[in-house]
Design a protein around this ligand. Structure first.
Ligand code: G5P
Ligand code: MG
Length: 226
C-alpha cells in the first residue's frame, strides 16, 4: 500500500479517459478522480467545492470551466479526505499549463497517459453516451450498453445524456482541449513521463496501457476479458 504511482490520463472529450481510468482503478486498486465529474457534482450541489455558478453555462456550451484553478482548489480540499494522500489517477486533469504547475506543487505525476482518437470517432461515441449522474457510471449504446435500456445497471435509475455531448458542444470542447493541452503535453514529454496511445478502440489501446502500468506497479487483480 506504500506503493505510490501518480498517473494522469489526458485526452480529448470522448477519448476514453473515464473508461481507461475505471479499468486502471479496478485492476491496480488506485483511487480514481475525474475533474469533469468534480465540476458537474459541484454544480449539482450548489457549488460547495468553491466553483463559481457561472461554470454551469460554460459546461453546457462545451467550454472549459472559467478560472480552472478553482477546480483544483476545490479538489485540493476535497481529495485528501476522500482518497488519503493525493490524486493517484486523475482523468482530464491537468488541462492547462497553470493546472499542471498547480499539480506539481502537490505531487509531480510520474506517469502520463495521453489518448489520441480521431475526431469522427469522438463525435460518434459521445452521441451514443448515456450516464448515471449520481454514480458517474458511463454507458454507450454501441460499446457497453446497460442491461436494461435507459436504466443504470446497479440502481435501476434512469440514465441521461450530458448537455455537452451535443455535436456542436463537442466541437467547441475539442477545440478548447487542443489549444490548452498542447503545452501540457509538451511539458510532460520533456520530462520523459509522457506515453501516447492512438487508436479508434479502447479495447485495442487498453492492453498497451495495462502493460505499461504493470511495469510500474503490480496489479491487484488479474487481467480478464477486457
Ligand atoms: P470531462 O467530464 O472530463 P471530457 O470532455 O474531457 O469531459 P469525456 O467526454 O468525459 O471527456 P472521456 O472520459 O475521455 O470523455 O471518455 P469516456 O466517457 O471514457 O468515453 C466516451 C464514451 O465512449 C463513453 O460512452 C464510453 O462508454 C464510450 N467508449 C469508450 N471506448 C469506446 C470504444 O472503444 N468504442 C466505442 N464505440 N465507445 C467507446 O469534463 C467535462 C468538461 O468540464 C470542463 C471542460 O469544459 C470539459 O469539457 N473541465 C475542465 N475545465 C477546466 N479545467 C479542468 N481541469 C477541467 N476538467 C473538466
Ligand atoms: Mg470522462
Amino acid at each position: 500500500a506504500a506503493m505510490a504511482l501518480r498517473a494522469v490520463v489526458l485526452g480529448p472529450p470522448g477519448s476514453g479517459k473515464g473508461t481507461v481510468c475505471e479499468r486502471i482503478a479496478r485492476r491496480f486498486g488506485l483511487p480514481r478522480l475525474s475533474s469533469g465529474r468534480f465540476l458537474r457534482q459541484s454544480l449539482r450541489h450548489g457549488g460547495e467545492l468553491g466553483l463559481a455558478g457561472r461554470a454551469e453555462g460554460s459546461l453546457q456550451r462545451g467550454r472549459a470551466a472559467p478560472r480552472g484553478s478553482h477546480i483544483f482548489s476545490g479538489g485540493k480540499r476535497h481529495i485528501p479526505a476522500a482518497h488519503g494522500v493525493c490524486p493517484r489517477a486523475p482523468a482530464g486533469f491537468p488541462r492547462t499549463l497553470g493546472q499542471a504547475e498547480a499539480l506539481d506543487r502537490i505531487c509531480e505525476p510520474d506517469l502520463v497517459i495521453s489518448l489520441h482518437v480521431p475526431f469522427e470517432t469522438l463525435k460518434d461515441r459521445l452521441s451514443a453516451r448515456w450516464v448515471h449522474p449520481a454514480s458517474g457510471r458511463v454507458y454507450n449504446m454501441d460499446f457497453n450498453p446497460p442491461h436494461v435500456h435507459g436504466r443504470d445497471d446497479v440502481t435501476g435509475e434512469p440514465l441521461v445524456q450530458r448537455d455537452d455531448d451535443r455535436p456542436d458542444a463537442v466541437a467547441v470542447r475539442l477545440r478548447k482541449y487542443k489549444e490548452a493541452a498542447k503545452p501540457v503535453i509538451e511539458l510532460y514529454r520533456s520530462r520523459g513521463v509522457l506515453h501516447s496511445f492512438s487508436g479508434t478502440e479502447t479495447n485495442k489501446i487498453w492492453p498497451y496501457v495495462y502493460a505499461l502500468l504493470c511495469s510500474k506497479i503490480p496489479p491487484v487483480r488479474a487481467e480478464e476479458e477486457n
